[in-house]
Write a protein that binds this ligand. Structure first.
Ligand SMILES: Nc1ncnc2c1ncn2[C@@H]1O[C@H](COP(=O)(O)OP(=O)(O)OP(=O)(O)O)[C@@H](O)[C@H]1O
Ligand SMILES: O=P(O)(O)OC[C@H]1O[C@H](OP(=O)(O)OP(=O)(O)O)[C@H](O)[C@@H]1O
Ligand SMILES: O=C(O)c1cccnc1
Length: 483
């Protein structure tokens, strides 16, 4: 049984979701339809984009939503909820429609990345689990993608389980890291359950367990002759670690015609040590022996190491990736966008003094415009769900805050980003395997201009509103301001 199959997280809800639900039922609002959007406001690390992740876990959660007898008994013990509500929960069956942006897609602030439509009790109840799932995995996939891009084609392995914030942080963090572009993970369970390649080198304790470093390397080579990546910094990298590694390559592997895989540096000045180690290995006839570096790395240090000319072939990255240490919050929120009664939809807006916190009302779609000539993404446009984009005619983009800033685009292809995931509670989403998601992510990131990809002061990618949505927002703002 996979780790996920052991989980039923129905009760992982914020208590107010239950009190509101009880209130809706008591007030006869249980059949009122609500539309909720998930969107985020700020890209971590001042980046130019984020990566959508966690969709598969949202589906696993929704598929299992069910209150068992224990849950009902516990809720009854609170002496807060009506018997009618407890009966409702015991027969609870998810019946909403859900649209999601596929995993691995680059996403931008303020655009809906997931929309739920359904009876308000159900749609409201799932807020917390949906947010925590998308927030966690999108955070880590985004961070992983930054680290992988900093490594400029050198493989990055995720080494963070031991420093993850809890076991689910480790497991789903490994999953998200893989989507973001890591080649594999040290987390064994992640390979068992998600098919993410798991591999590793050795710990300092292995080296310490033997009377000498040389004996430690020899024992490892005898057990795993085809898989030797020696950790060379337990005592002294250049005086003992690398020379001992070379000695064992010569004595244990070379006579059998086996090429060594690598050495790992885990402390000290990685640039200096990797350059010196490279010279020693090359001189000894092992130019193909790879140098792996680890030790509190992130995209900034990796980039700096490469600027310094470090001779590192691959990176193991743990704590700063699995916790997204530099910015550990992905602030996606769940906001009501419309309600529907007797088939009539009423758009809703959340007003705020802070322009950043104004919501986009109504039932919406997000379109990504691609230039047909370059294949590059030009802009995203949030429209009302029933709008169509005619690719055969020029489309006028305009900045929703500075409407005089306009751009006419021609020769474009427009793709809907929100795709159906549930129809009336039934999953209609074909979950792709993770390798496919990872490849899709890379392909989609490649559609972004370098100006959006860069780490420092990236260009703000356009996320515009259609005229109809902009007008609706203006009208609602005017209406509320007059009130
Ligand atoms: N050439 C370099 N340029 C920039 N940062 C580096 C360089 N080499 C290593 N670092 C980073 O500097 C930080 C500190 O590394 P250092 O090995 O000096 O300290 P440490 O972690 O305390 O060492 P140890 O593991 O021996 O205790 C780590 O995040 C490491 O990745
Ligand atoms: O530094 P990270 O990016 O998290 O990478 C993973 C770290 O985990 C291991 O360290 P260990 O737990 O053995 O402790 P250490 O920091 O003393 O090496 C490994 O040797 C790396 O240093
Ligand atoms: O396999 C490794 O080298 C490894 C695994 C986890 C953490 N640090 C290193």
């Amino acid at each position: 049984m996979s780790f996920e199959e052991t989980l039923n997280l129905t009760m992982l809800a914020d208590f107010y979701e239950l009190t509101m639900a009880n209130g809706y039922l008591e007030g006869g609002l249980e059949n009122r339809i609500a539309y909720f959007d998930i969107f985020f406001r700020k890209i971590p690390d001042k980046g130019g984009f984020a990566i959508m992740a966690g969709v598969e876990q949202v589906i696993r959660y929704l598929d299992k939503l069910q209150f068992n007898e224990e849950d009902i008994a516990y809720l009854r013990s609170k002496e807060l909820f009506s018997e009618k509500f407890l009966q409702y929960l015991s027969k609870f069956k998810f019946s909403c429609d859900v649209w999601m942006v596929p995993e691995g897609t680059p996403i931008f602030p303020h655009e809906p990345i997931l929309t739920v439509r359904g009876p308000v009790i159900e749609a409201q109840f799932i807020e917390t689990m949906l947010l925590l799932t998308i927030n966690h995995q999108s955070l880590i996939a985004t961070k992983a993608n930054r680290i992988v891009r900093a490594a400029e084609g050198r493989p990055v392995m995720e080494f963070g389980s031991r420093r993850a914030q809890g076991y689910d942080g480790a497991i789903f963090g490994a999953r998200a890291s893989y989507i973001g572009g890591c080649v594999g993970t040290a987390c064994t369970l992640a390979e068992r359950d998600f098919n993410i390649p798991a591999f590793g080198t050795m710990a300092h304790s292995w080296v310490q367990m033997f009377p000498s470093e040389l004996e430690a390397f020899r024992a490892y080579a005898q057990t795993y002759p085809y898989d030797c990546v020696f950790l060379v910094d337990t005592y002294n990298v250049l005086k003992s670690g690398v020379p001992n590694a070379i000695k064992i390559f010569d004595e244990e592997l070379a006579p059998r015609g086996i090429r060594p895989k690598g050495i790992r540096l885990d402390s000290g000045d990685i640039t200096y040590l990797s350059k010196q180690a490279r010279k020693l290995l090359d001189r000894a006839g092992y130019p193909d022996c790879k140098i792996v570096a680890s030790n509190s790395l992130d995209e900034y240090i990796i980039r700096e190491l490469l600027v310094q000319g470090a001779k590192v072939d691959s990176f193991g990255v743990g704590e700063r990736l699995i916790t997204s240490k530099s910015e550990p919050v992905f602030g996606a929120v769940y906001k009501l966008a419309a309600i529907e009664e007797d088939g009539v939809m009423t758009p809703k807006i959340k007003i705020s003094e802070n322009v950043e916190k104004l919501t986009n009302p109504g039932f919406k779609q997000v379109w990504r415009f691609f230039d047909r000539e370059t294949g590059k993404a030009i802009a995203d446009v949030i429209t009302l769900a029933n709008e169509e984009i005619d690719e055969s005619r020029p489309y006028e983009l305009f900045d929703p805050s500075h409407t005089w800033k306009r751009k006419r685009v021609t020769n474009f292809h427009a793709r809907k980003l929100l795709v159906p995931a549930y129809v009336k509670g039934k999953c209609v989403y074909d979950i792709p395997d993770l390798k496919t998601v990872r490849a899709y992510c890379q392909e989609q990131v490649d559609t972004l201009w370098d100006e959006v990809l860069r780490f420092e002061n990236p260009h703000t990618y356009y996320v515009d509103l259609s005229k109809a949505l902009w007008q609706l927002k203006e009208d609602l703002l005017a209406e509320y301001l007059i009130k």
